[in-house]
Write a protein that binds this ligand. Structure first.
Ligand code: NDP
Ligand code: GDR
Length: 326
């Protein structure tokens, strides 16, 4: 039976990846950082009904000793580094924390793997945010990076360190450059989930408007369930490498609003207001990925359409609010 250690197990991708690996017979261990709100930390695992199947180990990416202990205990075949301060907007207010967790945390984990578990296969959660101010209309593994936020700068450090540890020490370390992927388990602060939650509230009479930032930004949105399969496929290859995962379709925030409101029969323009509070000091205007390498080498392709995902997310938020008595 294979063993996997996942950092960021309580996040969106950690939950779906745990579910995916459990279905394939893995023993799944997740690194859990200590929180005063311990009753809610495993909410996403609970939502998927796997909270009792994932073994949680105390640790923090900023504390290398905890990572060394976790690796000694688990002896993993595969290590997935999904842990991060992952909200781009927050990275301008907490740039150094973002650097400590998202950049140095990956460095701590790579060092710990090199020292304790050099035979383990390693996955780094890199991001399309690294392309930032895009240098090519479609971004692939060979497109130059131009990060536009402290978050993206931190991810770039982690990405290149992963490449460097592969080339320097022969680690089986792969970096997945993933474009935005969403789901009903997406954090409420990210734009898609903010919109689908807003739609549900408005439909149920709990709110009468939705305040948004830049509606013109466009993103290449896929479904997290598809993307965790791609992470796993990267670690099943004989050679470690870097891969873009994306749908190849880009859609504006404005259009996402239209689709989500239309799903419940409402006109988005009657409810969405723009609010400068949600603008960013520097914006990533457009992202559109080219995942042809992943398609060719991994046999991976996104399978969930944006329309299907919007419907699933709106329905899940309606159900959540109804369950709370709305
Ligand atoms: P989430 O924000 O949902 O999850 C982040 C996870 O990191 C949480 O489990 C969080 O724990 C954990 N974490 C935060 N700080 C620490 C720390 N100091 N030590 C250990 N764990 C910590 O992110 P996603 O699931 O959406 O994304 C997974 C990864 O993929 C992230 O690295 C993200 O940056 C990257 N990524 C995501 C994309 C997306 O579209 N979703 C696209 C490209 C990359 P807690 O619950 O305690 O806060
Ligand atoms: P992003 O995701 O920054 O792409 O990072 P987010 O959903 O936060 O923003 C996407 C775009 O929507 C615009 N936007 C708003 N965003 C938020 N959060 N709230 C708003 O009200 C709003 N209005 C407009 C943003 O300006 C932006 O252009 C996500 C994270 O998961 C990262 O961790 C990951 O690396 C990248 O995706 C790929």
């Amino acid at each position: 039976m294979k063993r996997a250690l996942i950092t960021g197990v309580t996040g969106q991708d950690g939950a779906y990846l745990s579910e995916f690996l459990l279905k394939r017979g893995y023993e799944v261990y997740g690194l859990l950082r200590r929180s005063a709100s311990s009753d809610v930390v495993a909410e996403r695992l609970r939502w998927l009904g796997i909270q009792d199947d994932v073994r949680l180990i105390d640790g923090n990416l900023t504390d290398i000793s905890s990572l060394i202990r976790a690796l000694q205990e688990v002896k993993p075949d595969e290590v997935y580094n999904l842990g991060a301060q992952s909200f781009v907007k927050a990275s301008w207010n907490q740039p150094l924390l973002t650097g400590n967790v998202t950049a140095m945390g990956a460095g701590n984990l790579l060092e710990a793997v090199r020292l304790v578990a050099p035979g383990a296969r390693f996955y780094q959660a890199s991001s399309s945010e690294m392309y930032g101010k895009i240098q090519e209309a479609r971004q692939s593994e060979s497109t130059p990076f131009y990060p536009r936020s402290p978050y993206a700068v931190a991810k770039l450090y982690a990405h290149w360190l992963t490449v460097n540890y592969r080339e320097s020490f022969g680690l089986h370390a792969s970096s997945g450059i993933l474009f935005n992927h969403e789901s009903p388990l997406r954090g409420i602060e990210f734009v898609t989930r903010k919109i689908t939650d807003g739609v549900a509230r408005i439909k149920l009479g709990l709110a009468d408007e939705l305040r948004m930032g830049n509606l013109e930004a466009t993103r290449d949105w896929g479904h997290a369930r598809d993307y965790v399969q791609g992470m796993w496929l990267m670690l099943q290859q004989d050679e470690a490498d870097d891969y873009v995962l994306a749908t190849g379709r880009t859609t504006s925030v404005r259009e996402f609003c239209r689709m989500a409101f239309a799903h419940v029969g409402l006109d988005w323009e009657a409810y969405v207001k723009t609010d400068s509070t949600f603008l960013r000091p520097a914006e990533v205007e457009v992202l559109m990925g080219d995942a042809s390498k992943a398609q060719r080498k991994l046999g991976w392709a996104a399978t969930t359409s944006l329309e299907e995902m919007v419907a699933e997310m709106v329905e899940a938020d309606l159900a959540r609010h109804k369950a709370r008595g709305a």
